[in-house]
Design a protein around this ligand. Structure first.
Ligand code: ZN
Length: 279
């Protein structure tokens, strides 16, 4: 049994049996079959992008996941294998922000809209499209420096406490925002908190989100390609200044996008990543 578990840890691509709150995990499995049972959820095992004899499972790990072990079972024909991932506490920075008070304590007339938008987002992110739209490594949606990391513990106007669910990139003037990979546009809309918002479905439970945009170049239902200019950055929604907020969802769970991109791209040969030329 000990030997079996030892072999199993070898299949973990990046973390070697360890994980961190807020950082979903891509694990590689010896065949592209079955599901991984995780916290009473069945996570589909899908094809490894470059080795069709193997499978991967993208395990959603929420920001609020407590430290300790998560016990998993790979359930596949002829296999019923246990695996344990040890979750440790990620070190995230702390931020204090001042925004329009109406965005911290929304006026009563905005509450219905906010609730409807939240429900709409949950429906989108909870939908598993059993198709993979991408076959190349992911890219960043723009090539500027990061002004706020994923996971920062935030206090808004001295009261509202939350955490930063994505990554902010500097974009002081409107600049083109690129699709991080191929996919289908499932939302392109002005929203209360996130302003001009685009969500792209990449298939198999993976979504990328682009917030605070000033102009859309695409419509809902469009198929977009990696690197396609989908919008211009802007300063709409709950913000302290113009920037792009970039997020990623995994099976309905918000996750550290650049960490997940790094894990996806590690599944490709090195030269596939070297062809990525950001502006
Ligand atoms: Zn942000």
């Amino acid at each position: 049994m000990r030997l079996l578990l030892g072999l199993w840890f070898g299949f973990l691509t990046l973390w070697g049996g360890e994980g961190f709150n807020g950082k979903s995990l891509v694990i590689t499995l010896p065949s592209p079959a079955g599901t991984v049972l995780m916290n009473e959820r069945n996570i589909s095992v899908v094809l490894h992008p470059t080795d069709k004899t193997k499978g991967i499972a993208i395990l959603p790990i929420d920001y609020y996941t407590p430290t300790g072990d998560i016990n998993l079972t790979w359930v596949a024909p002829g296999n019923n294998e246990p695996l344990s991932i040890n979750i440790q506490t990620a070190l995230y920075p702390t931020e204090t922000l001042s925004v329009d008070p109406a965005l911290v304590s929304p006026p009563p007339e905005a509450l219905e809209r906010i609730a409807a938008e939240k429900a709409q987002a949950e429906t989108i992110y909870g939908h598993f499209t059993p198709i993979r739209y991408w076959d190349k490594p992911f890219i960043q949606p723009l090539d500027t420096f990061i002004t706020s990391e994923y996971g920062s513990a935030r206090t808004y106007n001295g009261s509202l406490k939350s955490y930063h669910g994505g990554i902010d990139f500097r974009a002081r003037t409107p600049i083109p925002i690129l699709a991080a990979n191929d996919g289908i546009v499932v939302l392109a809309q002005e929203r209360y908190y996130s302003g001009g918002t685009i969500i792209i479905d990449h298939g198999e439970g993976i979504y990328t989100c682009y917030f605070h945009l000033s102009r859309f170049n695409i419509h809902v239902g469009d198929r977009v390609e990696r690197g396609q200019s989908i919008a211009l950055s802007g300063a709409t929604g709950r913000i302290t200044g113009p920037h792009l907020h970039f997020g990623m969802m995994v099976h309905g769970i918000q996750t550290d996008p650049l960490n997940l991109i790094t894990q996806f791209n590690a599944l490709f040969p090195k030269d596939a990543n070297e062809t990525l030329t950001l502006r």
